[in-house]
Design a protein around this ligand. Structure first.
Ligand SMILES: NC(=O)c1ccc[n+]([C@@H]2O[C@H](COP(=O)([O-])OP(=O)(O)OC[C@H]3O[C@@H](n4cnc5c(N)ncnc54)[C@H](OP(=O)(O)O)[C@@H]3O)[C@@H](O)[C@H]2O)c1
Length: 276
């Protein structure tokens, strides 16, 4: 039985990937803090040694804190990826990246050939991780995800539902556009890449685009929460890390590898909201 090592396997994406991989014909090995620290070379060597495939979901994901904890963030998102590439040289490695590598203000649909321009330290370190892996001789695929939500983590949905509980009225940014993406769908895409061992850079997201404000209205409607919600601009919600306004991905490259049709973000989110 082939073995998949999932680094960061207890996080939001890692948990859904582990669940899916276990339901197929793979043995799944999960590595995460505190026992496994991706910044320690010995931990990487140990995690990689037994596996046929490695999926790196481990990341420093505290986007705002990263602006001040710069070295901690870079050591996980960039330097550790270089070490991982060395240890996984003779294996197939899938590394997860993000739309935060972009800082596009236009309405372009972003493909893998578009020029990254990170606006935050987190985005810069994720881009550096991509580049270090691409410069290595490890067989790899990099999958950029965006606006992910799942059962095992804090995300836009959990934050919105919490805010709806606490506040009589809600304000949500209307000038950031992307595709909310269920980690269960991203997990399916990752399993397709493993099956084909396809190399290269890929964008993956659920189908269709919406602003954060439109997504918020959808969630409240689906959960039958009667709450006034208005649209505001990113400038009304200053955060230490700047967010990209345009996260519209072109996913046609990965569509050629997938054995399923990417569901619309509304379809997946409805299903997720029914389950929680
Ligand atoms: N969430 C999003 O909207 C989004 C969007 C685009 C791309 N991504 C990317 O998707 C991937 C998975 O992220 P996620 O959303 O599943 O986030 P997550 O829930 O924070 O998962 C990351 C996992 O990595 C672990 N980790 C952190 N530092 C580590 C270290 N030094 N050694 C080993 N493990 C460590 C975390 O442990 P702790 O929880 O204990 O810190 C957590 O279990 C990341 O590459 C992220 O950049 C996420």
């Amino acid at each position: 039985m082939k073995k998949i090592a999932i680094l960061g396997g207890k996080g939001m994406l890692g948990s859904d990937l582990a669940k899916l991989a276990k339901s197929t014909d793979y043995e799944v090995l999960i590595f995460d803090l505190p026992e496994f620290n991706i910044t320690r070379d010995a931990d990487i060597r140990n995690a990689v040694s037994n596996a046929d495939f490695i999926v790196n979901c481990a990341a420093y994901t505290a986007v705002d804190k990263a602006e001040t904890e710069r070295e901690a963030c870079r050591s996980v998102n960039a330097l550790a990826v270089e070490s991982l590439a060395k240890s996984a040289k003779n294996k197939y490695l899938i590394h997860i990246s993000t739309d935060f590598v972009f800082g596009d203000e236009s309405e372009n649909i972003l493909s893998e050939n578009d020029m990254p321009k990170p606006l935050s330290w987190y985005g810069s370190t994720k881009l550096e991780g991509e580049k270090l892996l691409q410069a290595s001789d490890c067989r790899n695929a990099i999958v950029r995800l965006q606006w992910t939500y799942g059962t095992h983590g804090v995300n836009f949905i959990s934050k919105l539902l919490e805010a709806a509980n606490r506040n009589p009225k809600l304000k949500v940014v209307g000038d950031q556009t992307g595709s909310p993406t269920w980690t269960a769908d991203a997990a399916r895409a990752i399993m397709c890449l493993i099956k084909n061992q396809t190399e290269g850079l890929y964008h993956f997201a659920d189908n269709g685009y919406a602003s954060r404000y439109e997504v918020a209205k959808f969630i409240l409607l689906e959960k039958k929460i009667d709450k006034e919600v208005s649209s505001c601009s990113s400038a009304d919600f200053p955060t230490p890390a700047k967010r990209p306004k345009n996260s519209r991905f072109n996913c046609s490259k990965i569509d050629g590898v997938l054995d399923f049709k990417r569901p619309s973000w509304q379809e997946s989110m409805s299903e997720f909201l029914r389950q929680i």
